[in-house]
Design a binder for this molecule. Structure first.
Ligand code: NAD
Length: 513
């Protein structure tokens, strides 16, 4: 629901330092601790002289419960389309079917492809195991498993589709290199799991290598996500900018933020070509909601990123410096309070009071980095769309060479199924193998392999086509095969065509194939 009009609210618009006209922004308080931290953040922004005209919209639990399964009312989009900037508190995603994560919806609907999460140790003000930690996680924000395409295929098997596009990889990887170059960062580390997911994560890695060649001034490396996460946790000072896929980025940014002292300290910018959304990286923390003990720093850091994005750098610097001063003075909320190290345990409001009281002061231990550009995703980097400038590539030749048919079946052994299917292959499509949960069970399966009710049956056209030895097959033959299987009483739950692209196999081999 849209509460205020385009007119600036008197409190927030009167004291603009940077701009004569207040900038309209959309504000959503969110759920759980969202309203209490948002109230304090807006108070600090106002006191710092940010020139903003907020339009308040309602999102999250209340909307879900009133029948908006997306968590946002249709008229709230009007504000977003007008302001193109959203400052958002965390949202609780109700458990269970029917509810889509509003965070994911907002990121995808508004085309916010880059999620930038700067995490920096604040030692000695805030105790941290890694006082030199200064890492920016750049997370792909629209694809991967977060496409949210899931299906139950048999009583035993559910699946989630991991979608990765070349254009999406190019956009985020280039964004990361541009970010590094424009913000004085020396190195970009790409993290994937391409030893297992050779097509999806493999594409991300390959694009990283390709685009990396255009940035010889930036050191670059690739690490498998598991060892990368372990090293981030133990030696974070080895890292500078990390670029990765959506799910991995979500996880490692919580790990790294927590290493700085608390997940409550880090903010993030969700950047798209036309819009931007700023939020804390943490969730709605229902366990501490309404107690006035949450740390408002993550949302405040998001607000600083927003001010920088809007070009209100003076206000951003005032807020950032005052925030650092309050932390340096040992005024700590419960998540970062350490007896003997902190001076005073403060509430959410108490911390905001401390920040407001220090507006205009400069921190003593953070000289030169109090408002570093390293926090700011510049509009230039954010709007880089390489594919618009790159020479058009010829469309690859896509050739059909077979089909994976997924069956629900539980009537015997893998050999029974394999022999039945072998007899049903036609002239141009022969059964190559049957796998169960990705492992080959026919021909030559192992008796120990556990089999569920979901079978992937690979039929390929034998022949002499490109060096990998497949032949081409018309789609009508694939349909005819499916008819034969169905007529024989087999239950097809899904099919995937097998293609070559410019003669290169566009599908993974089964384990044991
Ligand atoms: P969470 O981040 O809300 O909380 C994890 C832990 O960190 C809790 O112990 C919490 O008390 C603490 N914490 C978080 N923020 C804090 C702060 N500012 N100050 C002090 N302590 C803080 O994660 P969760 O419990 O897994 O998720 C709760 C809800 O939030 C879920 O519904 C989830 O879907 C949602 N969520 C939303 C977002 C978002 O809106 N961007 C992000 C993550 C999770």
């Amino acid at each position: 629901m849209l509460h205020s009009t385009l007119n600036p609210t008197p409190e927030l618009s009167s004291a603009g330092l940077d701009r004569p006209q207040p900038t309209p922004i959309t504000v959503a308080a969110g759920d759980g601790i969202g309203p209490e931290i948002m109230t304090q953040v807006l108070r600090i922004l106002k006191a710092a002289g940010a020139s903003l005209a907020p339009q308040f919209i309602e999102v999250g639990e209340q909307l879900y419960r009133s029948g908006h399964s997306s968590g946002i009312a249709p008229d709230a989009w009007d504000s977003l389309h007008h302001t193109r900037v959203l400052l958002k508190g965390p949202i609780t995603t109700p458990q269970g079917g029917g509810y889509k994560s509003l965070n994911v919806t907002l990121r995808k609907t508004l085309g916010l492809y880059a999620n930038v999460r700067p995490c920096r140790s604040l030692a000695p003000a805030v105790s941290s195991l890694h006082p030199k930690l200064d890492v920016v996680i750049i997370r792909e924000n629209e694809e991967d498993l977060y496409a949210g395409i899931e299906h139950q295929q048999t009583p035993d098997v559910v699946q989630c589709l991991k979608l990765v596009t070349r254009s999406g990889c190019e956009r985020i990887v280039r964004y990361a290199f541009e970010y590094a170059r424009n913000h004085g960062r020396r190195k970009v580390t790409c993290m994937t799991k391409d030893n297992i997911m050779k097509l999806t994560d493999g594409l991300f890695h390959r694009v990283f290598d390709e685009i990396g060649r255009e940035y010889p001034d930036i050191q670059q490396e690739h690490q498998i996500i598991d060892i990368g996460t372990a090293r981030l946790a133990t030696q974070p000072e080895r890292y500078d900018v990390v670029v990765t896929l959506n799910l991995y980025g979500d996880i490692i940014s919580d790990v790294v933020a927590e290493l700085t002292g608390s997940v409550g300290l880090a903010g993030s910018a969700n950047i798209g070509r036309d819009c931007a959304m700023f939020e804390a990286i943490h969730g709605s923390a229902p366990d501490i909601a309404g107690q006035n003990i949450a740390n408002p720093s993550g949302l405040l850091q998001a607000a600083v990123l927003m001010l920088q994005h809007l070009g209100q750098t003076q206000a951003a610097a005032r807020v950032q410096n005052a925030w650092l001063c309050a932390l340096e003075d040992g005024l700590h909320t419960a998540d970062i309070y350490r007896p003997g190290h902190s001076a005073e345990l403060v509430s959410t409001k108490g911390f905001a009071d401390a920040v407001v009281a220090r507006l205009g002061q400069e921190p003593s231990n953070f000289q030169g980095q109090s408002i570093s550009t390293g926090l700011n995703p510049t509009p230039a980097a954010a709007t880089t769309t390489p594919s618009a400038t790159a020479p058009a590539k010829a469309e690859p030749v896509q050739q059909l060479v077979g089909v994976d048919i997924f069956l629900r079946w539980q009537h015997g052994t893998p050999t029974n199924l394999g022999e039945q299917l072998t007899a049903m292959g036609g002239e141009r499509l022969k059964l190559k193998l049957v796998t169960n949960r990705g492992v080959k069970v026919y021909p030559d399966g192992q008796p120990e392999t556990y089999c569920t009710d979901h079978w992937r049956c690979r039929f390929v056209a034998p022949g002499s086509a490109p060096e990998i030895g497949y032949g081409l097959v018309p789609f009508i033959d694939v349909l005819a095969l499916q008819h034969r299987l169905t007529d024989a009483g087999l239950e097809i739950v899904k099919t995937e065509n097998l293609y070559l692209f410019d003669g290169v196999r566009g599908f993974s081999l089964g384990q044991g194939e």
